[in-house]
Design a protein around this ligand. Sequence first.
Ligand code: ADP
Length: 169
Amino acid sequence: MTNPNENSKMASVAIYPGSFDPITYGHIDLIERATKLFDQVIVAVAHNKNKLSCFNIEERLQLCQQVLRPLQQVKVEICSQLTVEFAQQRQANILLRGVRVSTDFDFEFQLAGMNRQLMPEIETLFLVPSEKYCYLSSSLIKEIAATGKDVSQFVPNAVSQALHKKFSP
Ligand code: ADP
């Protein structure tokens, strides 16, 4: 596939914001797809005051960094501000989000609309993961891990170990 920005001087940068609490193979599938479309993908690990997180922001950052290290085009950063402001500061005009099932759509549509209202020059782009990851979510993984069950088919080793540690008595 050819990159439409190939001949322009500016590197194409996309931001992939999320809670990543924790990062799963579904997120990684999306990130790998994005590296084929953009020169650089910045994974923005967000503080989310509306969600009670299992891993704190530093833990989420470290897990993302650890599992994404082999992907040279990918950078991981903490995002403590509005996503559109974070994107603007990094000269990125694309926000990536994932859509797995139709129930994701309402929330994602609202978020994309609000972000466009705040900064019209930034586009939201939706990517669809491989079918085998469409049912995967960080919340479900945490629920399963909390029961002591193995989740290594859904998340990288570093993450399943961190979950195991988090939920062991
Ligand atoms: P947020 O709290 O911002 O929704 P998440 O880490 O749950 O953070 O999700 C970040 C983005 O990744 C969202 O757009 C979500 O739809 C997408 N996502 C989450 N899980 C998957 C998956 N299994 N496959 C593809 N996209 C996913």
